[in-house]
Design a protein around this ligand. Structure first.
Ligand code: SAM
Length: 286
């Protein structure tokens, strides 16, 4: 997979040399290229921003600078006239971090892990002129060669898109074959195929500051361990993220899951799950 990141702070992406992502890069599983947006400026001051039309605080990133940079990195040539991608250029996915984008989640990471070329455009100031996303969306719709997704890390505002780029790259890269040493460790994680949160995990020593590891995990009884972990996943999800359970497909629940959820007051019907009404002073589903 190739990932291009465009930013006015290339140094911000230095952590991509570390840990599993750094290793994936060094062995050629992942080709990450970080570009300084200012390389595409044409004035002496290397200006990338200007005042907002309509007035107001802050500065907006200029579409002409972004357009030159993205045309080059996306391999679209001078796409100011919405030209098609040249033949033989693999379609790229332009990802624009913004608090007003679609929430980024594990399903998005999985979908992106199946693609060949991602381009991340990191905004700063009040963000990138809105015509940039519109333009490349139109180019993609009319001529192919690029798709565009504006994505958000969550309902808060960061200073720039670099952290969002780091998050996206790490979430996607660890799903690429060969990046995580033992691929089994990806299977039962939070937000995996079951959609549930992961159960609590424990290691040595078996007693720490008076706290014991649950007996069942020391029993060596695989079926009982599996059932305990499933129960813990359900319990954590019900307690911490009940909205995830409410979106779950009831057909994915076995009889023990249903009994457990019912014992916590959940309504488990064929058409979905509904959390119990919280009575004052008892927010726990237990
Ligand atoms: N004025 C923008 C707004 O209110 O939506 C916020 C701009 S923010 C200060 C500057 C840049 O940080 C954005 O262009 C985006 O690249 C990034 N950013 C900030 N919050 C983000 C979030 N929650 N998710 C993804 N990117 C974010």
């Amino acid at each position: 997979m190739r990932i291009d990141v465009l930013t006015i702070f290339p140094e911000y992406l230095a952590p991509l040399d570390l840990s599993l992502v750094g290793k994936a890069r060094s062995v050629g599983l992942l080709d990450v290229r970080v570009h300084d947006l200012r390389s595409w400026t044409t004035d002496r001051h290397r200006t990338v921003d200007d005042t907002p039309f309509g007035g107001g605080a802050g500065m907006v990133m200029r579409p002409d600078v972004w357009g030159s940079a993205l045309d080059d990195v996306l391999g679209l040539g001078r796409a100011g006239d919405a030209e098609a991608a040249p033949d033989g250029v693999a379609p790229a996915h332009l990802l624009i971090p913004t608090p007003s984008g679609t929430p980024f989640d594990q399903r998005t990471a999985e979908a992106l892990a199946g693609e060949g070329h991602l381009v991340i455009a990191c905004g700063r100031y009040e963000g990138i002129d809105a015509r940039v996303a519109e333009h490349y969306r139109q180019v993609g719709a009319e001529h192919g060669g690029v798709s565009v997704t504006e994505f958000s890390l969550g309902d808060y505002v960061l200073n720039g898109g670099e952290v969002a780029a780091l998050v996206l790259i790490e979430a996607v890269a660890r799903l690429l074959p060969g990046v995580v040493g033992n691929p089994d460790s990806l299977v039962e994680e939070s937000h995996g195929s079951s959609g549930l949160l992961e159960y609590g995990v424990y290691t040595k020593p078996p007693t720490w500051r008076g706290r014991e590891v649950p007996d069942v995990l020391l029993s060596g009884h695989h079926a009982r361990i599996e059932r305990w972990r499933r129960d813990e996943s359900l319990r954590r999800t019900a307690e911490r993220r009940p909205e995830i359970l409410e979106r779950a497909d009831p057909a994915e629940l076995d009889a023990a899951d249903r009994d457990l959820l019912s014992s916590w007051g959940w309504d488990v019907g064929a058409d979905g799950l509904r959390r119990p009404r919280v009575t004052e002073g008892d927010p726990s589903p237990r």
